[in-house]
Design a protein around this ligand. Structure first.
Ligand SMILES: Nc1ncnc2c1ncn2[C@@H]1O[C@H](COP(=O)(O)OP(=O)(O)OP(=O)(O)O)[C@@H](O)[C@H]1O
Ligand SMILES: [Mg+2]
Length: 260
């Protein structure tokens, strides 16, 4: 696997999963015919299966796991390994390690150019385990434009730097909302993403507006990145930026070399 990229944020509900899914789907649509994987390690609230519109894993004849496949993306979610959707799971450090190792090693990914990892909110065990176990090419940090989100993202940024994961850039989500008359309302404030980008010298890769249809697309399992709407174009342009930021490396190929 090349280019494993985590989508993170210090804060919950800012749109990490939405960004992760749309980035993966947009990468899969690129003219380079990229082979794309998506791994949902949100142990507390895995939402990728809904956003991707369903699908499931199946056992392979060789004893491994065949990932789900939708919208040109191969994916797995920790949800597939929980017995019931509403099972409360108390995750501890060694369980994270085991689960993350399984998701990367026991799934038959084949050759993959980009693997997008959707993280739970915060800067806790899951984030650390991932950074320690998997060779990450970098992380994208999602923030809303408001001050409280920005301070949480700052914490995530500092954590990533401590564990030597390069921050590829920021994605500002839930920026202005345009009403039916075309008037913009800055529901979560403005400028947070740009201020963070300037302070930490990381690029602001996209600023995605709050749009009812993005939320509906998520519920319908048809990612916005597939849509001709301007917001679909924003996700496609985010994918183009990510490709530009991750020039080919001479990494060894194969799916088993990702665990450190
Ligand atoms: N730009 C947007 N416009 C409208 N709704 C959005 C937008 N981005 C995300 N949403 C909606 O906001 C909610 C939270 O988004 P999402 O689940 O992607 O956030 P998250 O950061 O992954 O949350 P969690 O911390 O729980 O994992 C979802 O209902 C999603 O559909
Ligand atoms: Mg999420």
């Amino acid at each position: 696997m090349n280019n494993i990229i985590a989508v993170a944020s210090g804060k919950g509900g800012v749109g990490k999963s939405t960004v992760a899914v749309n980035l993966a789907v947009a990468l899969a649509q690129r003219p380079e015919r990229l082979r794309v994987a998506l791994v949902d390690v949100d142990f507390y609230g895995p939402s990728v299966p809904v956003l991707m519109g369903g699908g499931g894993i199946s056992p392979s004849p060789s004893g491994g796991i065949i990932p789900a496949s939708r919208h040109g993306v191969k994916y797995v979610s920790i949800a597939f390994f929980l017995k019931n959707d509403d099972d409360p799971v108390i995750w501890r450090g060694p369980m994270f390690t085991k689960a993350i190792t399984q998701l990367f090693q026991e799934v038959e990914w084949g050759e993959i150019d980009y693997c997008i990892v959707d993280l739970p909110p915060g800067t806790g065990d899951a984030q650390l385990s991932l950074a320690q176990l998997v060779k990450l090419r970098g992380a994208l940090l999602v923030t809303t434009p408001q001050k409280v989100a920005v301070s949480d993202v700052q914490r995530a940024l500092n954590m990533l730097r401590k564990v030597d994961v390069p921050v590829l850039g920021l994605v500002e989500n839930m920026a202005g909302f345009s009403d039916a008359q075309g008037k913009e309302h800055l529901i979560f404030g403005a400028g947070g993403g740009a201020a963070l980008a300037a302070k930490y010298h990381v690029p602001l890769l996209a600023s995605i507006p709050l749009e009812m249809q993005i939320s509906a697309d998520g519920d319908n399992g048809v990612p916005t990145a597939l849509s001709p709407r301007p917001t679909g174009e924003l996700f496609r342009s985010l994918a183009a930026s990510v490709v530009a930021l991750t020039p080919a490396q001479h990494a060894a190929k194969g799916s088993l070399n990702v665990i450190k």
